[in-house]
Design a protein around this ligand. Sequence first.
Ligand code: ADP
Ligand code: MG
Length: 729
Amino acid sequence: MPTLTRKDSLYNLGGNGSPETTSHSQQPAELFGQNVFSLPVMRQVLPKAVYHHMLAIYENGASLDPETADVVAAAMKDWAISRGATHYCHWFHPLHGQTAEKHQSFLLPSSDGGVMTEFTGENLLQGEPDASSFPSGGTRSTFEARGYTGWDPTSPCFLMEGRHGKTMCIPSVFVGFNGQSLDKKAPLLRSGDALSRQALRILRLFGNDKVTRVRTNVGCEQEYFLIDRKYYLARPDLVSAGRTLFGAPPPKGQEMEDHYFGTIKERVLAYMEDVELALYKLGIPVTARHNEVAPSQFEMAPVYEQSNIATDHNLLMMSVMRNIAHHHGFECILHEKPFAGVNGSGKHNNWSMADDAGNNLLEPGQTPQENAQFLVFLTAIVRAIHLHGDLMRASIATPSNDHRLGANEAPPAIISIYLGDTLTEVIDAIIEGQTAKTRARTYLNLGVSSMPPLPVHDSDRNRTSPFAFTGNKFEFRAVGSEQNVARPNMVLNTIVADSLADIADQIEEGVESLNDFNVAVQQVVQRELKAHRAIIFGGDNYSEEWHKEAERRGLPNLPTCVEAIPAFVSKQSIELFSRHAVLNEAELKSRYVIKLENYIKSINIEAGLMSRMGRTMILPAAFKYQKQLSSSISHAQKILHDSPLAEQTELLHELTSAINEFIESINKLDEARLAGEANGSDILEHARHYRTRVLTAMAEVRACGDKLEITIDDSLWPLPKYHEMLFLS
Ligand code: ADP
Ligand code: MG
């Protein structure tokens, strides 16, 4: 049997390269929302009164009674079955970061020996998955394993298409027996309520009595890599850890800056088109697509939606992107840093607040009155981020995002705000107001004088900021590409709600004592901006000087999960989240434990995998090359006994010491890992061990392995290399 070469064995695995393209005969507008039990569908299939009840739920969170649920369920079942659905499921976000679903058939045996279809209001409202296998962070023992999923009627049900049928998915919250949230959706919904309550107080103070609800809107820009699936399957690290644990930098990386916004390759475009059609059917308004900075890196973004729906849609989008990639012979990689030395992937989380009349509360207005209101909301955000920057950092802390943050391409782990030059000047003028009247600069008298018009996209000039004002929204850029955005948005909503509450209290007190609304607002805004000016930074967030300056300003620098995660259980956070009924102490503690457990488990898996790949893939290849080299030198010596072979012998020496160093580094890694596994008493200490000893040992193994990669015979190397994976044909 002929020996398989590297090219045969690795590069022809998996993925047949012939894309199963979808027929695109229907127009996007016809397809849009086809698989969603949306309000327009409800208007057609529900009795008028029931439809209006559902509308009220969407608009201001009215509750759903069992009788109405029965009517909705019957209509939903008929709609789903008529479109080919065979099953339904409660679709939820447990605390492990992925989505979960337990399918149930619509078919039931009937008493006459046949079958009938059934789906009741109760089936719609509540599911009862066994909760014992989902992370609970110690809030529940296995014997209290009952958990409930409950429909979130503010997010519409949708049909997920499989190869042979469809499943009706019911977006749900997931709670334990004792009512504690075991998911990411329930806290997000609670935080939205909290923000709405406090934002309405501010609007009422400004004399707005009409608005009944304030919502947050979110638009997620999703970055991702596409590589050939056959390469992916030949890399155990990509398959099991989502990132490459070995890989020398390619001779050509991203330094030519020729990929960003470049022409999209035909094969990639065909993939994007298929993804878009699938997303349109799910009612996801995806709009932007382009090449990103790194080779084989791309971005896709939908138009913003109400944050709960945007969160569900982003999770669905990631799942569709992964599935459809396989039809095109690709693997879609969502990890934050799949390739070292190449830009990582993030997910800019664009966030704003709007009232139920559709007015964006972060849009600077035309009149002094509107500007004053805008500045109050802006001040609340500045205050919130300054007081709770640690929580913002914790909300995006994942072991994979740690590799990206601060890696000179992504915002650092220090949270600050960028407002653009004009707005920063306005703020400084307000701060200086009372004392600087004699200076040439005119200060802004809130409610009386107007702000200068803000240049559109002023803040686009600073791409290094983790949290930037971009004209009428904030862009949280430190969010990881693979993350569920529920958590960062839940934190953002809660901290802003808390600041709005505090500012509303202060304005109310000011009005009482001063009897002048404008002066009261002016004083509060000035006092708060002055107190929290330190969080505003317009310079280069990547620079070393900023790190020093941030320290001087007292801003926390929490470089990894180990430093960041404890923010969830600080006294300040526990009080904050319970004040707004978003998370109680037990719920926060469970999240703290789950996040640290996840950190430990992820690094432990990576370390084990690295050792295994080193010993069973790289070392054998290195030994083969060593044998080749030594036998070639010894053969040459026999024939050319007079010729000096010093350089060649030197090569062999170098290779041998590189192999020795590699073995030594793996031995150290194994030691560190075993010491970690044995150390289980204090979870934070345990995590710290992985952050220090294990990650350091892994870096050493990688350096030694990558050195071997650029030394040994290319045809012997057992893994696809960066230049092969990153440049799609
Ligand atoms: P970029 O930041 O790359 O210039 P865009 O300006 O197109 O990208 O915006 C990116 C995302 O921000 C999109 O998803 C868009 O819908 C969303 N977005 C725009 N306006 C708002 C808003 N008021 N609130 C929340 N998201 C918004
Ligand atoms: Mg953006």
